[in-house]
Ligand binder design. Structure first.
Ligand code: E4P
Length: 213
């Protein structure tokens, strides 16, 4: 399973990319706004640090506007994936842009039916937002299981990118059910690595080693 960072914070991206296990980055308009830098500048900076897929999202809601934005984004870097919203317009634009070899990440997916349509439209990635489903009392991981099953049944090539992750456990659960990618905020990335028993074990080994001298 691939691990992406869900942030537009360049320092965090540089830090975790230096560990060698960041396969891509996802951004969205809220994450970009948080950084207070122009979109083009930040996306180009991110694409220099991370060679894997970097997703950037359109703001248009009509087909023509989406096509225009996507074609501009594509020129920014080789590893750009364009995020389009899960709407009839987004699905139409996906079909057109996929034929131009612009890779599309359909975002804001909250049902298996939406994921089925995204795959049929030719999206490279589909982004189900599991945390936002859990927030309203639904079962986000159940949605991932359903999408995995549907894509297997029909051998769809669209990759399932699990988004809106709130807990490290969700990453392992997504891996267990066979998702292709998880995108995680920096604080969760950190928690994936660390365990108090690892820290305690290192401390004890170092103390014992000192005693043995
Ligand atoms: C990823 O592509 C999404 O932009 C992100 O995971 C959304 O997460 P949130 O629900 O925590 O805002």
């Amino acid at each position: 399973m691939k691990l992406f960072l869900d942030t537009a914070n360049l320092e965090a991206i540089k830090k975790y990319a230096s560990w060698g296990l960041v396969d891509g980055v996802t951004t969205n308009p809220s994450l970009i706004a948080k950084e207070g830098v122009p979109l083009e500048k930040r996306i180009k900076e991110i694409c220099k640090v991370v060679k894997g897929a970097v997703s950037t999202e359109v703001l248009s809601t009509d087909v023509e506007g989406m096509l225009k934005e996507a074609r501009v984004f594509k020129k920014w870097a080789k590893n750009i994936y364009v995020k389009l919203p899960m709407t009839p317009e987004g699905l139409q634009a996906t079909q057109i842009l996929s034929k131009e070899e612009i890779r599309i990440n359909i975002t804001l997916v909250f049902s298996a039916a939406q994921a089925l349509l995204a795959a049929k439209a030719g999206a490279a990635f589909v982004s189900p937002f599991i945390g936002r489903l859990d927030d309203i009392g639904h079962d986000g991981m159940q949605l991932i299981e359903e999408i995995v099953q549907i894509y297997r049944n029909y051998d769809f090539k669209t990759e399932i990118l699990v988004a809106s992750i709130r807990l490290p456990r969700q990453v392992t659960e997504a891996a267990m059910v066979g998702a292709d990618i998880c995108t995680v905020p920096p604080d969760i990335y950190d928690k994936l690595v660390r365990h108090p028993l690892t820290d305690a074990g290192i401390k004890k080994f170092l103390e014992d080693a000192k005693k043995a001298k």
